[in-house]
Design a binder for this molecule. Sequence first.
Ligand SMILES: [Zn+2]
Ligand SMILES: [Zn+2]
Length: 104
Amino acid sequence: MGMGVGYFVRALPLQTDEGSDTICIYLIILGAILIGLYLGLYLYNKMLVGKRRKQHPCRFCGHMVDAVSDCCSAPVVERFMTGKCTKCGKECKITCARCKRQLT
Ligand SMILES: [Zn+2]
Ligand SMILES: [Zn+2]
């Protein structure tokens, strides 16, 4: 999936000679569809995963860790790019349960 998009991005600058305009447009449309699909799947996964508690890889500890809020160190309801603290109900940053540093 990711490889397909990566290949497309790398192939783009090569489509410069005349006569390949149609192919070029074709590739752009194809790429747009691919990226759209990729993003859709990514968001769908995020939504799906956000419903249950999941562990995150912490780049500071190097472990899979529980995510907690930065305000109360309580479990968070995860949303896209942010989270909601289950204790105080405010928007919060998602932090590592071990080292309290921000995840993602
Ligand atoms: Zn950590
Ligand atoms: Zn809180």
